[in-house]
Design a protein around this ligand. Sequence first.
Ligand code: NDP
Length: 284
Amino acid sequence: MLRYTLDILMIITGRTRTIGIFGYPVEHTLSPAMHNTAFEHLGLDYCYLPFLVRPDALQHAVEAIRALSLVGVNITVPHKEAVIPFLDEVSSEAAFIGAVNTLVNKDGRLTGYNTDGRGFMLSLAARGIEVSGRKILVVGAGGAARAVSYYLSEKAERLAIYNRGREKLRQLVDDLSKVRANVSAVEELCGIEQFDIIVNATSLGLDPDDPLPFDPASLTGKHVVCDLIYRKTPLLANAEKQGCIAVDGLGMLLYQGVLAFELWTSATAPVEVMKKALLARLNL
Ligand code: NDP
């Protein structure tokens, strides 16, 4: 019997079932803390490990999920799109988004899911933010923007999307327009105060020297500004100064994990415990 000391004392036995995360790099991931704390809290005999998977080794790594009888894995940058051809099945939302962040291994059959978009919606609900009937602007058209736009457009009165790169913007709006009637592209980031909820789904803000993805100066207390980056970005600090409700991406990270946990274990995820583990890792 081997003992690993995390924040918790985890006992690994011959019966322990393994879940992991494939990424490159992977060392900054917060998911092991969140999931291992949850397993410990519920007394579930699982452990969650990071796996550094080089892009040229992704197919072998996916085959290893079957070979090693892993319960499943999370998939993170840069493998979310590249993993799809190696799977047996993808859920409808992952197929639309074109990216998978969660794999489930059921008797050797691998199914890919994307829990990011629903995770974002749950994070808004947890803050009491209503999406139905609202006018929403998403800035960005990458994988995260596709995930949140898919779910936001299901409820919003109108969803507008802006992106620097026009080809990706057009592709996202064309794809969404096949299943929704309330989606349009915007050419310029002006008049943003006409929207109720504005979401930064670009990577601008990851580097403190980045410019703001848009200027929140015209926004007021009736606006909600969301950033998918999971800390208080300069955008969110500015939005708060304008009196807006500011929502960072920590809730999305938490709830995508909650949904993945429930896919793997069929247990109800201990949300507050997982949130505390994330906050502790971030020293918040
Ligand atoms: P992608 O690489 O797929 O997309 C990046 C997006 O950012 C594109 O729309 C890109 O525009 C835009 N962008 C990048 N640099 C600039 C720039 N200098 N000026 C304007 N636009 C720019 O990344 P993801 O969609 O996967 O991730 C986007 C953000 O969401 C990241 O910050 C990531 O950390 C966060 N995220 C958070 C999650 C959570 O759980 N909280 C989950 C997943 C992602 P263009 O097409 O023009 O290049």
